[in-house]
Design a protein around this ligand. Structure first.
Ligand code: COA
Length: 136
């Protein structure tokens, strides 16, 4: 099992290190779109398999820097799931946002137990999705 390193900076990452994500999306964002998303988010943490020279997981957050932060995406590549990488990404992001009063995210019911293990609790949410606004 190769070693995973974590980074809070995507400056040295290129799109060809970002393949295999958005599993199951009918119109998945491209690696280039994911790279932009990592750059434009206020915070991001990457899990990198250095042997493979590939990003194998990421988490992003948006925040106002005063009270409110929002975890906007989290994904671990299927071949790397259930090794504690998701939990590490959440823990590192919560640590980066530990000056904020609230940290929210939206998820499906099947991942609620995962986030509960990360110290969060369920709440209700309202969403809007525009499926034609994914890749530029
Ligand atoms: C959810 C996800 C990020 C978890 O990443 P991971 O690296 O597999 O998770 P970890 O190995 O750190 O798991 C931490 C704990 O949560 C549990 N867990 C992981 N995924 C779970 C799930 N879907 N439902 C319930 N528990 C889960 C693990 O069993 C583990 O428990 P343990 O600490 O008692 O052993 C990953 O499954 C994923 O990318 N899923 C697809 C995308 C997705 O759903 N993202 C979230 C969008 S809101």
């Amino acid at each position: 099992v190769s070693e995973i390193v974590y980074a809070s900076d995507a400056a040295a990452i290129s799109a060809n290190q970002l393949t295999g994500f958005f599993v199951g999306w009918p119109n998945p964002p491209s690696p280039e779109t994911l790279l932009r998303l990592l750059h434009e988010s206020d915070n991001r943490v990457l899990a990198i398999d250095e042997d493979e020279n590939a990003v194998v997981g990421y988490i992003t957050a948006l925040m106002d820097g005063v009270l409110f932060g929002y975890i906007s995406s989290l994904e671990v590549l299927p071949a790397y799931q259930n090794r504690g990488i998701g939990r590490q990404l959440v823990a590192r992001m919560l640590d980066e946002l530990n000056h904020l009063h609230s940290i929210d995210l939206v998820c499906d019911p099947d991942v609620q137990p995962f986030y509960e293990r990360c110290g969060m609790r369920p709440c209700s949410a309202m969403i809007l999705r525009r499926r034609n606004h994914i890749n530029p």
